[in-house]
Design a protein. Structure first.
Length: 383
């Protein structure tokens, strides 16, 4: 028995050291040992159906999800293991193994001692130290760049699941963990559906998910499809943008962020906020057919925006270089789009020599002669 436990411990240590290692069955004795027999001191979370413990193995840690024996649903457990065995992605919490154990226990029943079966069902994951997204959403000091990284990471994790024919069905901030670098990782696949390769939807007669994040078509049972996850994604993005859970009013979101951003980055970052905001509203559409076609479609929007911003940065540098060459009072003919021209306002401090050259720039089909390029002309241009 001791040799078997030692081998299991060694296997788990090797899995932690090798990210390519496959999940495997783990003995209950090992999981009891690394959690102090599921000590209250090792408890790091709990819900209606499970308690989560921190397990220590060597100098590493794991998270153990112990399902409630009284409320255990074997079908749900098998479904979750089935889904977890199929996924391996940077934005999905890493699954290390599972335990399905049954032991006999003498219990009193009707004043008699009877032998009762005690089932233990546990799931073992990598330990994510920073906890869940729902805590970060409420952080008043959160920065936009981190928020954008989280939003994009959630989209990439969700797209990976959908590519592998998995619909999460319980996407919410509490089921998104953040690692040390603030990379989001999707977790909790207890309600998920693993479709066959040619299957795109299923029918349910029961409510699946968490109210507030649950797609309208599932609130009284209905069609299970990837679009349900996109609805939940839209709710999460709005919460990240507003810093409030369950927030419905979205007026002034962009303006609120703009006031917090450095002036030199306002245009670039506000464009990211605008795209995320508009995408979130589209995801929250009551009609599933009017939501984005896929998580990949959302990722493509973000990438297209990022590419445009990089191009505008190069245009801005070329334009500012040309302005430098103009003599005081000279006339220059330069082409620049409106985003690049706006950016020159914030270039003043960085490019100390750029002061009051006279030039002409093309905005759309119009040529505009500038007076004081930084102080006067740029703010007067209207889209």
């Amino acid at each position: 028995m001791e040799r078997k436990a030692s081998t299991a411990r060694s296997d788990l240590e090797q899995m932690l050291a090798d990210e390519t290692a496959e999940p495997k069955a783990l003995p209950l004795s090992l999981l009891q040992d690394i959690t102090g027999d599921f000590s209250d001191d090792q408890q790091i979370g709990s819900g209606g159906f499970a308690v989560v413990y921190k397990g220590i193995i060597g100098n590493r840690a794991v998270a153990l999800k112990r399902l409630s024996n009284a409320l255990m649903d074997e079908t749900e457990f098998h479904r979750e293991v089935q889904c977890l065995m199929r996924v391996k992605h940077k934005n999905v919490v890493r699954f290390l193994g599972y335990c399905a154990d049954r032991q006999g226990s003498m219990e009193k029943f009707d004043k008699k001692l009877v032998m009762a079966d005690v089932h233990e069902r546990l799931l073992c994951f990598e330990y994510i130290p920073k906890g869940s997204l729902d805590k970060y959403i409420m952080d008043a000091s959160r920065e936009w760049r981190t928020c954008y990284k989280i939003i994009k990471g959630i989209c990439e994790g969700l797209q990976y699941l959908h590519e592998n024919h998995i619909v999460h069905l319980d996407l919410k901030p509490a089921n998104i963990l953040l690692d040390d670098s603030m990379t989001p990782k999707l977790t909790d696949f207890g309600l998920s559906r693993c479709f066959d390769e040619n299957q795109s939807q299923d029918i349910t007669k029961t409510i699946i998910g968490t109210m507030g994040y649950l797609a309208p078509e599932l609130r009284e049972g209905g069609v299970i499809a990837r679009s349900a996850d996109l609805y939940s994604l839209g709710v999460i993005i709005i919460e990240i943008l507003t810093g409030q859970k369950g927030h419905q009013a979205t007026d002034g979101v962009i303006e609120s962020w703009s006031e917090r951003l450095e002036r030199s980055q306002q245009d670039t970052l506000c464009e990211q906020i605008r795209v995320c905001y508009e995408t979130a509203l589209e995801c929250r559409d009551f009609d599933p057919k009017k939501r984005p076609t896929s998580a990949l479609n959302i990722i493509d929007r973000l990438r297209e925006m990022e590419t445009t911003q990089v191009k505008n940065t190069f245009k801005l540098r070329a334009f500012s270089s040309s302005v430098k060459k103009l003599r005081k009072g000279a006339i220059g003919i330069l082409e620049v789009d409106i985003l690049s021209a706006r950016g020159l306002v914030s270039m003043k401090d960085k490019e100390g020599g750029l002061t009051d050259p006279y030039c002409v720039v093309k905005y759309g089909e119009k040529w505009v002669r500038t007076g004081t390029l930084f102080a006067t002309a740029v703010p007067q241009w209207n889209e």
